[in-house]
Write a protein that binds this ligand. Sequence first.
Ligand SMILES: [Fe+2]
Ligand SMILES: [Fe+2]
Length: 219
Amino acid sequence: MALKIIKWSDDYKTGIRIIDNDHRQLFELTEALGVCAERGEGRKRMGEIIDRLVNYANEHFVREEQFMATCGFPDYEAHVAEHRRATEEIYGIRHLFRADADGLDAMKVAQFFAHWLAEHIRHRDQRYVPYVRGDDDAMADGPPVSIRTPAEASATRLLETVSVEVPGDRAELVRVAARILAAGGAPAEKLGEILDKLASRSPSEKRLEAIAARYRRHH
Ligand SMILES: [Fe+2]
Ligand SMILES: [Fe+2]
């Protein structure tokens, strides 16, 4: 049975090495999940791949968002919103997996994520490329690029790099919190309030049900 999962190809190239490397890794992890599902490999291996996918996707989103923020990409908010929706989806998937590994159709998950990745790169990521490429030596073989420096750039928030130790399986939560807080605005304020009250973060029941309906295995 041929695995029907979209793979990395040069069509997805942005010309920014670190981003292309991330995208390639994400396609590979997604494919690994599909292979794992097809071979009916054990829960442990599948859990590892899902964890790596969650972690790597988060890491990549943070990287891209930093790039976009640095070069004043004008469509930043919409792009970040798409990252957030995908993040929510994969968190939900992992939650389902942990609650009932056998009930999760991992092949559907792999197909969803590969498809999401392909569409997102083509329609979203490619748009920031001209803004970011000014910082990359891919410039050498590309057209002249002007780097936008919006008025707000002078008002950029003072960002600080924080190094903390957290349990490995919680590292991505810290990255998500950092990303929201760094972006500022209403969401950052809201998160600050929540963190102040030391509330725990859990996916809403309604959202989980919708995700479960999409990836449930039908016997
Ligand atoms: Fe991306
Ligand atoms: Fe993106």
